[in-house]
Design a protein around this ligand. Structure first.
Ligand SMILES: [Zn+2]
Length: 269
């Protein structure tokens, strides 16, 4: 008998998504890894993840679900167009945002309400070579993001693997309200970063809030997230000594960022 991958029709169970969709299962796996308590990236309902699926649609975590134990039914399949239109439109009330998020679902009767951070996921997934997005609230990074002048730290690097996994610098976003205002602020910061560095940032810091890692693969989302935590711990440790800091020079950062063997290593990580 010929073997074929079948789509399970689970439409009779409200809130369930197609269990056989490989994008969705990879997204669930990524979310469980980022939500694991040992990772210290997110607890309770913190953080959200997303993935491009086909033309003009994406999966995004729904409101009220925890990354640590999420299942396919914790995600919503969303049309990108109405969300992107809202980014360019007028400000919306909380009720209008909820209405728009509800209407943007591909299957409104099946899927739960998407996260309020759906706007920033839509924008980042619209960028070239971004297929996955992981947004988390790592404890050591929140320490760093609560320090006066942390935007200057975002532009510096302490060690070579930080450059390989997190890029030559990090895009920085000052604190704004979550949802539509945050998505607009992220778009501005990312566009400035692309103008300056000629690439989409591998890591984005949100002041007093957390981390976003947009990437081509789930493996890259993971390596950027884990290395960003390690770098934040290194920064907090170095700052706590009270002694003058010695981050890598911009020449050293450029050298690692453009070295062919580092690009090879990056592929292996
Ligand atoms: Zn958040």
């Amino acid at each position: 008998m010929a073997h074929s991958v079948r789509r399970h029709n689970v439409g009779f169970l409200p809130g369930m998504l197609d269990l056989m969709d490989p994008v969705l299962s990879e997204l669930v796996n990524l979310s469980l890894k980022l939500g694991a308590s040992t990772a210290d990236l997110a607890i309770l309902g913190e953080g959200n993840t997303s993935a491009k699926v086909g033309e003009g649609q994406f999966y995004v975590k729904a409101s009220g679900f925890s990354l640590s134990n999420i299942t396919p039914s914790g995600f919503s399949q969303v049309n990108i167009a109405p969300i992107m239109e809202a980014l360019d439109g007028p400000d919306l009330s909380d009720a209008d945002v909820r209405g728009l998020l509800g209407e943007s679902r591909v299957e409104p009767t099946r899927d739960p309400l998407p996260s309020v951070e759906t706007f920033m996921h839509a924008y980042l997934l619209s960028l070239r070579d971004v297929n996955w997005v992981g947004h988390t609230h790592p404890t050591p990074l929140i320490s760093l993001l609560s320090i006066e002048g942390c935007e200057e730290i975002a532009r510096q690097r302490l060690f070579p693997d930080e450059i390989v996994c997190c890029g030559p610098a990090t895009a920085f976003v000052p604190y704004v309200d979550p949802g539509l205002p945050l998505a607009r602020a992220i778009r501005q910061s990312v566009e400035e970063f692309i103008d300056e560095f000629g690439m989409v940032p591998k890591t984005i810091w949100l002041q007093n809030h957390g981390l976003i890692c947009p990437a081509k693969s789930t493996r890259d989302v993971e390596s950027a997230s884990y290395m960003a935590i390690k770098a934040a711990r290194a920064w907090v440790g170095a700052l706590s000594t009270g002694r003058p800091l010695r981050p890598l020079t911009s020449q050293a950062v450029d050298r690692i960022h453009t070295r062919p063997d580092e690009h090879y290593r990056q592929k292996l990580i």
